[in-house]
Design a binder for this molecule. Structure first.
Ligand SMILES: [Zn+2]
Length: 293
């Protein structure tokens, strides 16, 4: 990982120009979290360096060469950081993966390789982070939809289903879809899908199967230490069978596993059918999702 003292930071870019001040932000991030750990408070509500980190490194979904070089530092500090910091890093990296548009690239290959390696590390940590947040009732920092979105984005990137997940918790249940037959776009309201477009039995079965893949992770009795560090043997073994084609089921199963059955049901509705208002062609909502940022 690029040393915080390296002159190469000057060659990297952030939102406001050269990235020579990014090492200072990362030092401040580490210091802030060390103070948070020492005070054993969440630090929620107070002014945080994270506002500056977001505006410099993920500015309205634009990301920069320094973003990718800063992430290994974030993940490294997060490994021994507070839950608050681990959540910040998870959501930051999830947002970069889901929505980030690189401006002023490319990132030098060896630095990109370090980014990828740190992301792999974060994937290993991520289930433990979300489990801890749910168990400690720390969902005020980020709602569960954001956490599930981030969990999936660091694995699969900016799939359309992943990109709309954060909206499902907000009451904004209108999803824009595009007909794969005639190309016409239309809106479908998840609250008002005709019942004959919903195959409840197969949905329930799909969710049940996905919950087996997701595995027990929180709210159950036999949690063990290995799970706390994100290396639960069951969840790892099962996760190899997760797939980007079953994103909806996996996302819903995560929601259910983390205790939000309503959200799980809403996510599963993305597997309902919709009829194109122009040509009457029927397709699955998740296959036609349009999203823009
Ligand atoms: Zn159509």
């Amino acid at each position: 990982m690029l040393s915080l003292d390296s002159p190469r930071w000057k060659e990297l870019r952030q939102a406001y120009g050269a990235a020579e001040e990014v090492p200072e932000l990362l030092r401040a991030m580490e210091k802030e979290d060390a103070q948070r750990v020492a005070m054993t408070t969440s630090g929620g509500g107070s002014k945080s360096v994270w506002g500056d980190i977001w505006s410099s490194l993920c500015h309205q979904y634009s990301v920069y060469t320094a973003t990718y070089v800063a992430v290994p530092h974030m993940v490294s500090v997060a490994e021994n950081g507070s839950l608050t910091l681990r959540l910040d890093v998870l959501v930051f990296c999830g947002t970069v993966q889901a929505f980030g548009k690189l401006e002023g690239g490319p990132v030098p290959a060896e630095l990109m390789a370090e980014y990828e390696a740190s992301l792999t590390k974060l994937v290993e940590m991520s289930r433990g982070i979300v489990s801890d947040a749910v168990r400690e009732g720390s969902l005020d920092q980020y709602p569960l939809t954001y956490l599930i979105q981030s969990l999936l984005a660091i694995r699969y990137g900016g799939d359309a289903t992943i990109c709309i997940l954060d909206r499902l918790g907000t009451g904004d249940d209108e999803i824009e879809v595009e007909c794969d037959e005639c190309g016409e776009s239309s809106y479908v309201d998840l609250q008002n899908i005709p019942e004959d477009m919903i195959d409840r039995d197969s949905m329930a079965q799909d969710l049940e199967e996905a919950m087996l893949l997701v595995g027990e992770s929180t709210g159950e009795s036999n949690r063990d230490f290995s799970e706390d560090i994100g290396e639960g043997s069951n969840s790892q073994a099962d996760e190899t069978r997760w797939s980007s084609v079953s994103i909806v089921q996996i996302a819903a199963a995560l929601a259910a596993t983390y205790g939000d059955k309503d959200l799980a049901g809403k996510i599963m509705l993305l597997r309902a059918d919709v009829a194109c208002p122009s040509c009457d062609h029927q397709f699955m909502i998740s296959d036609g999702i349009l999203w823009g940022i």
